[in-house]
Design a protein around this ligand. Structure first.
Ligand code: UDP
Ligand code: MG
Length: 323
């Protein structure tokens, strides 16, 4: 069995050596045939230089450097499409995903699962953040078709079959939590205790989280649009009844001017709803716009070495190849 460990890295210069040391201690116990595929997601610090050093010292290390920062989703995709293992693991570079868990996860994978995902608890996290995450997953699971579970992140191991399925999904907007779930296959879960970041900083701000949340809702189905249809129907029905009532009222007791409050409420509520759903439609149109451009998900600037096996599906483009 050949094992690939894919690590997306963005400004992780201080963490890489530690990560490499921890992985080098753990992986040989699982298999001797392993590779560590580090992806430099356009870091502005010395991350790439560290990767070059590690790759020259350790033949197990390979790296792929992207031409700019494409975001973690694209960095993971770049890593997956360059990994050639029969079993592929994805983990963060900041050691929040304990490498020691890998052997247990891979063992579980061997018992007939296609994905094994590590699920963290929310220990040491701010109350508000933990609560809002919980609420988010509650709402999400009602809104989208795939199942999302709290604490299940990107730390997982997959069989080649699952990786190829993932690579076959060519969409530009990649909400990976949803994609992992969408491909299906038997998935097992390993629990672990939340770990704080080793060095460096998290790239998540509140705003990014909010945007990510909205992405999650609209990238998986058209239920928000359905909601607009239903709400529109209800409002139209109510409006008909109200119109009938107004006509009858005017015919029976004549015109009386007051009604300012009703009018204002009607205008405001309808105006708000229209804007909201215009926004939702806009989200979908925007997605169609991005998908229709068919741009590559990432561009590769530099790699350590060609992969030993041909890359099965390639999403990115090498700059060299474009010349
Ligand atoms: N990451 C990346 N590209 C980005 C942002 C993050 O490759 O644009 C990597 C980052 O280096 C780390 C992983 O994704 O290995 C998770 O990022 P982070 O620790 O900031 O997220 P958190 O753990 O706080 O959710
Ligand atoms: Mg982290």
């Amino acid at each position: 069995m050949r094992l690939s460990v894919v690590v997306p890295c963005f400004n992780e210069e201080n963490g890489l050596a530690d990560l490499h040391a921890r992985l080098s201690a753990v992986l040989p116990m699982v298999t001797l045939d392993f590779e560590i595929v580090m992806v430099d997601d356009g870091s502005s610090d010395q991350t790439l230089a560290r990767m070059r050093e590690l790759a020259s010292e350790d033949p197990h290390v390979r790296y792929v450097a992207l031409s700019r920062n494409f975001g973690k989703e694209s960095a993971m995709l770049a890593g997956l499409s360059h990994a050639d293992g029969d079993v592929v693991a994805i983990m963060d570079a900041d050691l929040q995903h304990p490498p020691e868990l890998l052997s247990q996860m891979i063992e579980l994978l061997g018992t007939g699962h296609d994905q094994v995902v590590a699920r963290r608890d929310r220990k040491g996290e701010k109350r508000l953040r933990a609560l809002s995450s919980k609420a988010y997953y509650k709402v999400m699971n009602r809104l989208v078709d795939v199942r999302l579970r709290d604490g299940e992140g990107d730390y997982r191991v997959m069989t080649r079959r699952a990786v190829n399925a993932l690579l076959a999904l060519g969409e530009y907007n990649r909400f990976s939590k949803g994609l992992f779930s969408w491909i299906g296959f038997d998935t097992a879960v390993v629990d672990y205790e939340n770990v704080q970041r080793g060095t460096g900083q998290t790239k998540w701000t509140f705003r990014k989280l909010l945007n990510y949340g909205i992405d999650g809702v609209v990238s998986f189905n058209n239920r928000p649009l359905r909601l607009a249809v239903y709400l529109g129907l209800i409002v139209t029905l109510l409006a008909f009844f109200y119109a009938g009532y107004v006509v009858v009222d005017v015919l029976s007791s004549g015109v009386d001017a007051p009604g300012y409050a009703t009018l204002m409420v009607g205008v405001a509520v309808l105006g708000g709803l229209q804007l909201l759903f215009l926004g939702i439609i806009g989200e979908y149109v925007g997605r169609i716009y991005y998908e229709s451009k068919r741009r590559p998900h990432f561009l590769v600037k530099e790699t350590s070495s060609p992969p030993t096996a041909p890359v099965r599906v390639s999403f990115g483009q090498d700059h060299e190849a474009n010349k």
